[in-house]
Design a protein around this ligand. Structure first.
Ligand code: ADP
Length: 252
């Protein structure tokens, strides 16, 4: 075992439209070390940089300045992008955008097929992934007929079938009602606790961040303004961090 963190973010700055006359600084010097097995929740108001940071964890975005390492692999190294994306899977906000097939199990098989996994191994992975998200009995259904929470669980199964060590959820529950949201967050918690999957989850609801995370970081205007345990960030601390902007983040 080397002592290196699972993910290391070192002095990361990110500019949108870097080459233009008015670039937007979305991340301003982020430093972060994430250990294997953590359930890290990223909170912050709209525009604080959560999505931008999340996209750095699997090389969807590359730092304008600074570095991100995933298991020692620098995300700027183009030859490692495939390995990095296989290690860190991404679940997006809107499941409809991720569902590609007309039958649930074919959808889940899509990722491993693309990776060139042999058919019998794909079958095992699909069964396992659907079981783990509680959707095995829906395997022959049409995804577009499922509820939003069920679709999101199928999308998570699709990512899990690629056997990542870590999943990133970018506000993947923002479009769900409270029941669907709980359904998805409970599945993700189970993956973290029972399968040892490292979870990095952007959420904008403090109470959920505290309930599900093992660690919380807070972003404000592209900077890291809090990094600690869920019990260390109560409503008062939260208001202290965000001041007037606290109202832009849901607390309950
Ligand atoms: P969050 O996920 O916390 O809402 P984002 O990472 O989406 O925050 O946004 C951080 C900042 O970057 C905001 O000022 C936002 O307007 C800007 N931004 C995000 N995406 C783009 C983009 N594609 N082009 C230009 N600016 C962007």
């Amino acid at each position: 075992m080397s002592g290196e963190p699972f993910i290391k973010v070192e002095n990361v700055h990110f500019l949108y439209n870097a080459e233009s006359s008015n670039p937007i600084a979305a991340l301003k010097g982020i430093n972060l070390e994430i250990q294997k097995g953590e359930y890290l929740v990223i909170i912050g108001h709209n525009g604080s940089g959560k999505t931008t940071l999340a996209k750095h964890f699997n090389a969807l975005l590359l730092p304008t300045k600074g570095d991100v390492w995933v298991k020692g692999m620098n995300t700027k190294d183009r030859s490692l992008v495939r390995d990095i994306r296989q290690t860190v899977g991404m679940v997006f906000q809107i499941p409809d955008n991720q569902i590609v097939a007309t039958i649930v199990e074919e959808d889940v098989a899509f990722g491993p097929e693309n990776l060139g996994v042999p058919p019998d191994e794909i079958r095992r992975r699909v069964d396992w992934a659907l079981e783990v998200v509680g959707m095995l009995s829906y395997r022959n259904r049409a995804p577009h007929l499922l509820s939003a929470g069920q679709k999101q669980r199928v999308a998570i199964a699709g990512v899990m079938a690629m056997k990542p060590e870590c999943i990133v959820l970018d506000e993947s529950t923002a479009y769900l009602d409270p029941v669907g949201r709980k359904e998805v967050l409970d599945v993700v918690k189970k993956l973290n606790k029972e399968e040892g999957i490292t979870v990095l989850c952007c959420l904008h609801i403090l109470s959920l961040a505290r309930r599900y995370g093992t660690r919380i970081i807070a972003l404000k205007d592209g900077k890291l303004v809090f990094d600690g345990l869920p019990e260390e960030i109560d409503e008062r601390k939260f208001k202290e961090i965000y001041g007037e902007e606290a109202e832009k983040v849901e607390i309950i």
